[in-house]
Design a protein around this ligand. Structure first.
Ligand SMILES: NC(=O)C1=CN([C@@H]2O[C@H](COP(=O)(O)OP(=O)(O)OC[C@H]3O[C@@H](n4cnc5c(N)ncnc54)[C@H](O)[C@@H]3O)[C@@H](O)[C@H]2O)[C@@H](O)CC1
Ligand SMILES: Nc1ncnc2c1ncn2[C@@H]1O[C@H](COP(=O)(O)OP(=O)(O)O)[C@@H](O)[C@H]1O
Ligand SMILES: [K+]
Length: 507
């Protein structure tokens, strides 16, 4: 499933019409019919339905939906919001089909008092006023109507986009329909995965309107949602004759006297994700904490000062016997640490997280040319802000484009965490992760993910599959936990102990 901007969707529509040869009239018929079939399965025969139609093609979809609802015998009132002469092109074609099929409509400008009553007495409102063509703040009368729709008790079903909401990131908006559900046409738009926009969609589904995959590829769509099927298909199996070396030997570098638990979580998560062997490189004074909780791990005690590892202990590390390393969880920030030097001659997977990202930000230029092996960074929005010199607000407003810029500039795979984590490769491919819940918004969740990424990345032929699977399964484990437990009380340790079940559910 692709994720698009409004502009990309327009290019894809145009390609489908001009190069594939499916006319706009057919696409609109498909869109309206696909949306109708979903609406029909939600509404009941007793429902009273109001379809609100705008001037553009979103309104055109509305005419098809309204025609199908009326033909099926549903109690449906159709409200055309703009003056009739504003409805042109393909939307006009479908308006004429609607009229020639013998159906009637109301015009908002002639009967505002009746409109107000209809809005307050309808059980369902179908919002086909504005879609991806919305520009700037809502003009009259849409501003007033959106307010009224949002105050009504009706269940609001938006088509493609809640009217007024932009399709892509970093677009300001003041007002939009707050839908209970949104039926998104063909491909989710970026804002379905960005807050606060995402709240306006309510629950959403997609409706296939017949646009071929080729149109997405030809128009350069590069963002997708990671699906469960893709995770299942790329999940590694244990070979009958496999041994511990087959599944990766990983080094977790981190921990401090102030934060001994982080490296323990990372190590345990790596073990539960199937790594063959894991070693924790950490200040000598905290080895007992880690071995006490991750019995299966081996330790590499490092020299420290004031409870934190020092530069000399890192430069002395011999990485030659490891397939990959994760660095950063709980390591502290008191002493300057340079990673570029220790990893420059290492061609294994490197995952950088937490305090590791603080040290990385101090020497970013040294990473511009990439390394021999893949580098994955896992910033939360605060860490991404520091890495990019932006504010957290800027990061949250530009999650797709900033990830892409950073991944390309520093040749790293960026896992920008948060609700709907986005994974971006240096060549600009992007995946939105659909799993996870606010139960994960708790200290230790990120440390867990880091261990999972290291372990999963060492077990797949392409490390990227491992990264995407780890992000998906981390969220899936948390989603499974909240079936029976309260979201607020799940911990990172619970997530780690759920991993065997989450993995089993994907086999
Ligand atoms: N192009 C295609 O092939 C298809 C498009 N489809 C539908 O078409 C939609 C996009 O159609 P359009 O590009 O016509 O755009 P819209 O239908 O979103 O709206 C454009 C209209 O809204 C008005 N408008 C824009 N900003 C406004 C504001 N701030 N306040 C008040 N009015 C405003 C414009 O003057 C214009 O009349 C999609 O969201 C989808 O629902 C579907 O029919 C499927 C096929
Ligand atoms: N609201 C949410 N919905 C889904 N996932 C979330 C949500 N909040 C946090 N997460 C996930 O939880 C993890 C938190 O990581 P991070 O902030 O680094 O935690 P810590 O540093 O405390 O270990 C990330 O994987 C993030 O995507
Ligand atoms: K709409």
């Amino acid at each position: 499933m692709y994720v698009v901007t409004g502009e990309r969707m327009r290019q894809i529509d145009r390609f489908t019409m001009d190069q594939v040869g499916i006319s706009e009239t057919t696409l609109m018929e498909n869109a309206g019919t696909a949306a109708y079939l979903q609406i029909e399965s939600i509404v009941t025969p007793e429902s009273s339905i109001a379809v609100l139609i705008g001037a553009g093609n979103n309104g055109g979809d509305g005419f098809v939906i309204a025609r199908r609802l009326k033909e099926a015998g549903f109690d449906t009132d159709v409200w055309i919001i703009p003056p009739l002469e504003k409805i042109r092109g393909t939307a006009r074609v479908h308006m004429d089909i609607f009229i020639r099929s013998g159906h009637t409509f109301f015009q908002y400008e002639d009967s505002q008092a009746i409109f107000d009553r209809a809005i307050s007495s309808s059980t369902y409102i179908i919002d086909t006023m504005l879609g991806t063509g919305v520009k700037g703040a809502l003009k009259a009368p849409y501003d007033r109507i959106v307010e009224e729709v949002n105050c009504s008790r009706a269940e609001v079903i938006a088509v493609d986009l809640p009217s007024g909401l932009p399709a892509e990131e970093n677009e300001p908006f003041e007002q939009a329909v707050k839908a209970c559900r949104t039926i998104i046409l063909q491909a989710p738009k970026e804002t379905a995965f960005l807050y606060p926009y995402a709240e306006y969609y309510g629950e959403w589904t997609t409706a296939d309107i017949g646009i071929p995959c080729k149109a997405f590829e030809a128009c350069g769509a590069r963002s997708r949602v990671r699906t469960e099927n893709e995770v299942r298909a790329s999940l590694p199996y244990r070979k009958a004759d496999g041994h511990k070396g087959t599944y990766g030997k990983g080094l977790v570098i981190g921990g401090s006297e102030q934060m001994p638990g982080a490296v323990s979580l990372t190590t345990r998560a790596a073990l539960r994700t199937g790594i063959g062997l894991v070693t924790a490189a950490l200040p000598a004074s905290i080895t007992a904490t880690v071995t006490g909780t991750a019995t299966e791990a081996t330790c590499l005690p490092l020299q420290s000062n004031q409870g934190e590892m020092i530069s000399e202990s890192l430069t002395g590390l011999d990485l030659s016997s490891y397939d990959g390393a994760a660095i950063g969880p709980g390591m502290g920030r008191s002493h300057p640490l340079s990673f570029s030097r220790i990893f420059s001659g290492f061609d294994g997977l490197v995952v950088i997280d937490a305090d590791g990202l603080y040290h990385l930000a101090e020497e970013l230029n040294a990473w511009r040319d990439g390394r021999g092996g893949p580098t994955v960074i896992t910033p939360h929005p605060g860490e991404m802000a520091r890495l990019t010199g932006k504010t957290i607000e800027d990061v949250e407003k530009n999650r797709f484009s900033l990830s892409r810029q950073f991944a390309s500039e520093y040749k790293m795979t960026v896992v920008l965490k948060g609700a709907y984590t986005i994974v971006t490769t240096p060549d600009g491919r992007q995946w939105v992760n659909p799993t996870g819940n606010p139960g994960l918004a708790k200290g230790g969740s990120g440390d867990t993910l880091t261990g999972m990424i290291l372990a999963a990345g060492l077990q797949t032929d392409d490390f990227l599959d491992g990264v995407l699977n780890a992000v998906y399964i981390h969220g899936l484990a948390a989603d499974q936990l909240i079936h029976e437990r309260d979201e607020a009380s799940i911990t990172a340790s619970d997530v780690i102990e759920q991993l065997p079940f989450a993995l089993a559910s994907l086999r």
